[in-house]
Every structure is written in C-alpha cells, then in structure tokens.
Design a protein around this ligand. Structure first.
Ligand code: SF4
Length: 432
C-alpha cells in the first residue's frame, strides 16, 4: 500500500514547494545533538540532498532537497546514530523544544525532554491527532515560549534532585494566536507524563481535525477545559521516572563557557556542520545544541579558550562565534522551500538587516513566510509576517506584510498590516 501524505508527515517528511523534492525533519530533544549525529545529518544532506541543513526555531534540523526513492535509506542512516524523525511533522507530539539551554536548570530540563521524547515518540496513542501537539520545557517565563505550546512546562523548583513544574496549556500561534494559560502550578515531575496523557485525551475527544488544543480552549473556555482534564483518570497519577536511558548529552555547565554561532536564517552548509561537529568533539565533549533562535551553541570544556575556539570556527566555517549576547533574527524557510510560503523570507531578512538602524537590531527579530508563524514573530521584539498575496494593476502578485511588536510579557501585538516590501522597510526604519 502506498504511503499517504499523513504517513509521510508522521515520518517527519513534508513535500517542498518544488515538485519531486522532500524535506526530512529530525527531532532533537531540547535541541541537543551529539557531534557524531550532526556528522550523520551533514552526510545525509550531502549524499541525498543539496548539502544544506536548516535549523528550526524549535531546535530541530531539516534536510531539504531529498527525493522519494531515497527516503527509506535516509531513515536508516539517521537511525544508525539514534536519530528519529517520527512525529516531527503532522498530527503527533512534536519534538520537545527548549529555549533555556543556557539556564542553570538546564540539566533538569534536558532529562525531562529526553523522557517526554521517549514516551510520546512513536507511541500510537499519541499519533494521528487532530493536528500537531507541541511541548516545550523552559527554565522561566521570560521569553514567553511557554505561552505558545500545547503544553509549556516551566521549572518551578528543584529540591533533592526532584524537579517541579508549572504547567501552561492551550497556547499557539498561526492565524489565531492565543497565549496559553496556567493549568497547574508546582507539580512534581512524576505527574507530568500522566498529566500530558490526560490533556491529549481531552484534546482528541473535543477537537475536530485540523484544530489544536487552543481551539478547544476557545470553544469551551479555560475553566471547562480545566474541569475536563481534571476529570481524566490519570490527572493526579504519579509515575516514577524511568532511568537507564539517555538523560543527558550536555555535561554540567559549571566552569564552562557557552559559545554561540549565529547562523543567518538558520541555514548551514553540510560542511559547516561537519566543522562544528569536529570542534564539538575537541572542545565540547562531543555535544552541540540547536538553539530556539536557529543558532548553534557549544558548551566549552573547562580550560578551552573561547577566543581560540571562536577563531578556529571562524576559519573553518566563516561563522563568527560569540560569548554572550548576539543578534537574534529568526527566519522560516518561506517561499524558498515551503509550500505555504508567500514571501522569500531570507531576502526579507537580509533587507531588514541592511535597512534597520543598528540600534534596533538589538531587539529580537523574526520573519515568517505565512501566518503559520513558524519563526514565532509574536514572541519577537519585532515580528514580520507575510500575511497574504495581493495583485497589482498588471495582475502580478506580491506579498503584503504585517508587523507585530512585543513590548511586554505575553504575545506581541499587530501594529501594522498589509504593507508592501517598500512600505515594510520604510516602516521598520521608523519603528520605535
Ligand atoms: S511560517 Fe509558513 S512559510 Fe514559514 S515555514 Fe511555516 S508554514 Fe512555511
């Protein structure tokens, strides 16, 4: 029996806007990947694609320009190093994301991400859902990423090696952005998996495809959604964490420096990724991270000289590694590869980077090629969304952009809409 589009999506594969080509997404719990696995991704991209790797704002990797007959072999190659794509797209529990890799509490978050990844990936109870189901683990609420997940878990405390979490639910972006709400506070980690199972059960029972949990919250109201979840048999259950599997790839951070490699629009060449993996082997215990801002981070081993490693990486990859703050500009693939894309997002991002005064680039920026908002524009200081196409007098269609501005906690607000490219640049130059 031939595979349906839904089967492909559950295997982490989307068709590209270019006929005959496919994108394979690889799930990385909390954005963590070993140097060996990164080399495999680079090799797959070189052998079967066009030698490029895209880093996503959920800390995954995507390999574009693949052909259908190669997909089974690609799956095999990834599996050889323990990588999986199951549920990376489509109606499934997606990759567990983390925007707090630099936080003190990251070891607890990483181990929870691995446990959630293991429990929900490839489990038929959590596949063929009405739509995607996103889980994020965060150290705090500063970046607002807990607000855009179906389940956002925020570290509330750590005592005697036991982590506790605040649980936010029913958030999401897309055409109808809706911030999540606090379902329960300060829960022990042992309650998290049964609670998510209860949330998924309510979601499946009340959301018609292709709606997300935020739709159920909007339809029934937060209190009714809370009542339904609390009525589920597993709501108060505690499950001891299973040990013996991967808990951490990233070593404890004490005495280590975090080096960031900003990657424009999240696009690396396979060769750059290989060089970074080599540096990770030598200087960072063979581990690297894809950040939620589409960059790469290395936690350098004690004694490694950050300036020397940065110089080595610059020479090998052309990327300027930094310690501390750096420019944040998240960019989705847009019409370069994505079927939904209405605008050439990398060109828009380059335009922004060139046109906007230096001082404003210190804000967090994001560009999305359609209202699906994959680059999370509503969480950026300034978010740009290609919202629709509009025809000029001669019938030529071009994108119209909306601008979102986030000045405080919560989601950014739309402050301009329907702008042409020229109007976009002029407006951004004057934005405060
Ligand atoms: S925001 Fe739209 S165009 Fe960009 S990757 Fe997501 S679906 Fe594609």
């Amino acid at each position: 029996m031939s595979k349906t589009a839904a089967d492909f999506r559950l295997d982490g594969i989307y068709t590209q806007r270019q006929d005959g080509f496919y994108m394979q997404r690889v799930k990385l719990p909390a954005g963590v990947i070993s140097a060996g696995q990164a080399r495999t991704v680079a090799d797959v991209s070189t052998t079967f694609g066009q030698g490029t790797v895209h880093l996503t704002s959920r800390g995954s990797m995507e390999i574009h320009w693949l052909k259908e007959p190669d997909l089974p072999r690609i799956k095999q190659e990834l599996a050889k190093t323990g990588l999986t794509s199951r549920g990376a797209c489509g109606g499934a529990v997606r990759g567990i994301t983390c925007g707090s890799q630099g936080a003190q509490g990251f070891p607890a978050l990483e181990s929870l991400a691995w446990r959630l990844h293991r429990h929900f990936t490839g489990n038929p109870r959590f596949e063929r859902l009405p739509k995607k189901f996103k889980i994020g683990v965060e150290a705090d609420i500063v970046g607002g990423r807990h607000l855009i997940q179906d389940v956002g878990l925020v570290l509330a405390g750590l005592a005697d090696g036991r982590a506790r979490y605040d649980v936010w639910i029913a958030g999401g972006l897309g055409r109808a952005p809706r911030p999540g709400f606090l379902l329960a506070g300060n829960l022990p980690e042992e309650r998290i998996i049964p609670l998510i199972e209860a949330i998924v059960a309510v979601y499946v029972a009340h959301a018609p495809p292709p709606q997300r949990l935020k739709y159920v919250a909007a339809q029934l109201g937060q209190e009714e959604l809370r009542r339904l979840i609390e009525a589920e048999p597993g709501y108060g259950e505690e499950l001891p964490p299973v040990s013996g599997f991967t808990e951490h790839i990233i070593p404890p951070s004490a005495g280590r420096v975090r080096l960031i490699l900003p990657v424009f629009a999240g696009n690396l060449t396979a060769d750059q990724l290989r060089r970074i993996a080599e540096a990770a082997d030598i200087h960072a215990d063979g581990a690297l991270m894809v950040t939620a801002n589409q960059d790469i981070a290395l936690l350098l081993a004690a004694g490694a000289d950050p300036d020397a490693v940065a110089a080595e990486l610059r020479a090998g990859t052309g990327l300027s590694a930094v310690v501390g703050s750096h420019r944040i500009l998240r960019v989705c693939p847009g019409s370069h590869e994505c079927r939904m894309g209405l605008a050439a997002t990398r060109e828009v991002a380059a335009l922004v980077a060139d046109a906007v005064p230096e001082a404003l680039l210190g804000l967090e920026w994001a560009v999305s090629g359609c209202q699906n908002s994959c680059s999370q524009p509503q969480l950026a200081g300034v978010g740009i969304v290609a919202a629709r196409l509009s025809a000029d007098a001669g019938g030529t269609k071009s994108p119209r952009f909306d601008i979102y501005r986030r000045r405080q906690a919560g989601l950014g607000e739309k402050v301009h809409e329907g702008l042409t490219s020229e109007e976009l640049v002029a407006t951004l130059m004057g934005i405060d």
